[in-house]
Design a binder for this molecule. Structure first.
Ligand SMILES: NC(=O)c1ccc[n+]([C@@H]2O[C@H](COP(=O)([O-])OP(=O)(O)OC[C@H]3O[C@@H](n4cnc5c(N)ncnc54)[C@H](O)[C@@H]3O)[C@@H](O)[C@H]2O)c1
Length: 252
């Protein structure tokens, strides 16, 4: 079950953390994985680790917000693997140098990066792989989102959350348009992940964990397993859905 043998998967922002977990699991399920990241060294490290454990992967460094770069690198990777992209996981979503500030402290120049990355980054990647999927009569798009897309939070992430809300709307419409061609599109809305331990003080992490029913942060390999399901043949009956993957958190 959930075999991805013979499939090619593109995972964006896969050079570390959640994306690396997703790329690793998709490769373990048999997919040949295009490991994208803004930084070549990160992508190369993850692709090498996948190959080391017997999987197939190539590193592909490009900025998902740059349409021409997406076209160039995705076509090159498809040529290398000798097949179009069957599975797209839009995971890149944390803009480099991201800062968390309340809206009243943001300048108009600071609004753009999270919107560009989460909305235009997703548009670019979907656009570049969609024809191949529709022509083949099979495709899977998995959008990584966040609970903040549907819940107001006083933690300075309004622009990021706006980007996530926007892309969630896009994915629902995409699902409605492409289901007839065998292409599904679903959203995995994550709760707080383990890598936050590197970014936040321990006290804050403990406060967050206390609000999560499973009493721990999210795990990248578990997110990867959910993506493997959504990328599989067996998930073909599910499209246009938003799945909260957050340890049961009610605050999202
Ligand atoms: N970490 C969490 O707690 C959490 C919670 C909810 C949702 N998410 C979502 O999960 C996804 C992954 O988050 P993460 O915490 O692993 O992020 P991260 O910052 O640890 O890693 C993301 C990777 O994306 C790359 N990247 C950034 N901009 C890019 C671009 N323009 N093009 C290509 N690659 C780019 C970065 O170089 C980085 O290696 C994001 O969509 C994020 O919004 C994360």
């Amino acid at each position: 079950m959930f075999s991805l043998e013979g499939r090619v998967a593109l995972v964006t922002g896969a050079g570390q953390s959640v994306g690396a977990g997703i790329a690793t699991v998709l490769a373990r399920q048999g997919a040949a994985v295009i490991v994208n990241d803004l930084f070549a060294d990160r992508a190369e490290k993850v692709a090498a680790a996948i190959e080391e454990e017997g999987g197939r992967a190539i590193a592909s460094a490009f900025d998902v917000t740059d349409y021409d770069a997406v076209v160039e690198h995705v076509r090159a990777a498809e040529t290398l693997f000798g097949r179009h992209v069957d599975v797209l996981v839009n995971n890149a979503g944390i803009a480099e140098g991201r800062f968390n500030l309340p809206f009243r402290q943001l300048t108009p120049e600071q609004w753009r990066a999270p919107i560009d990355l989460n909305i235009f980054g997703a548009f670019n990647c979907v656009q570049v792989v969609l024809e191949g999927m529709c022509d083949a009569g099979w495709g899977r798009v998995v959008q990584i989102s966040s609970g903040s897309a549907r819940t107001g939070q006083n933690i300075g992430v309004s622009m990021y959350a706006t980007g996530k809300s926007g892309v969630e709307g896009f994915i629902r419409h995409l699902a409605a348009e492409t289901g007839q061609f065998g292409v599904t599109a679903n959203i995995l809305a994550l709760g707080h992940q383990k890598n936050l331990e590197e970014k936040m003080p321990e006290e804050m992490i403990n406060d967050i964990i206390a609000t999560i029913p499973i009493r721990r942060l999210g795990d990248a390999i578990e997110v990867g397993a959910a993506c493997a399901y959504l990328a599989s043949d067996e998930s073909g009956g599910m499209t246009g859905q938003t799945i909260d993957f957050n340890g049961g958190s009610q605050t999202r």
